[in-house]
Design a protein around this ligand. Sequence first.
Ligand code: 5GP
Length: 247
Amino acid sequence: MTKTNYDNAVIEQENLKYEGKAKQVYLTNQPDILWIHYLDQATALNGKVKETIIGKGEINSKISHLLFTYLQKHGVAQHYLKTVSQTDELVQALQMIPIEVVSRNFAAGHFVSRFAVPNQMPLHPVVQEFYYKSDALDDPFINDSQILALGFANPDELVVLRQQAQIINDLLGQLFEQVGIRLVDFKLEFGKNSAGRIILADELSPDNMRLVDQQTGHSLDKDVFRQHTGDMTVGYREVLRRLEQVI
Ligand code: 5GP
C-alpha cells in the first residue's frame, strides 16, 4: 500500500528519506507527515551483525503503537499519527535532535561493563544518560555542556528532555509493572515540531528497551538476539500479548 487517508487528505508515500537499522522512513506528499515502514530485520553491534527475523516488523509496529497510544493518553506529546498496515504507520515530520536519551532503573548492558557492577542492581536515582546519535562514531556518550557547545539543544530544551524522559519512565514503568515485566532501561529520541515544541519520536519496542519477566527473570527484548540465547520474537510476542490485555 502506498496511499492512505489521514485528516481528510490522501497521503501518498514518496521517496525513501532514511533507512535505519530496523525501519525505513519515507517522505510523503505532505511535508509535515512521514511514512514509516518497520523491517523484518535485527542488528547488533551498531549494525555489524544483521539478520532477517520474519514477523519482527509487525510485532514492533504493534508494540510501538500501543505504547505511543498509552503515553498520548497520559499527556505525552508524541509523533504517532496513524497505523496504515501491519508494518507501516504515519508520523509527524520533526526536526530530530541527534541525542539518544537513555534512562536506567536497573544496571544492565553498558552500565554493567562501564562500572563493573552486578547486572540488575537497582539504581537510585534513576540514571539518565545522553548519547550523540552517530553511526560513524558509534553513538558516543555526550554531557550537557558538550550538547550546548555543539548546539544540539539549548538549556531550556535540555531541561525538557530530562523531564520528559523522567515522566515517560514513570509511565512506562507503571504499565510494565502491571503486566509483570521489569522495565530495566530504555532509549528515547525526540524531535521539534514547527512551533519548536519537543515531541517524542522514533519507536518504543523491545529493540530499544530492556524488559525482564518478573517471574522467570527471562529477557523479553533484543538482548536475546545480542547474546544469541534463542528466538527473540518469542519474548517480543509475549510483551505484545501482555500489553494488549491492558491498553
Ligand atoms: P546500553 O547503553 O546498555 O547498550 O543500552 C541502554 C538501553 O538503551 C537499552 O535498552 C538499549 O536497547 C537502548 N539503546 C541504547 N543505544 C541504542 C541504539 O543505538 N539503538 C537502539 N535501538 N537502542 C539503544
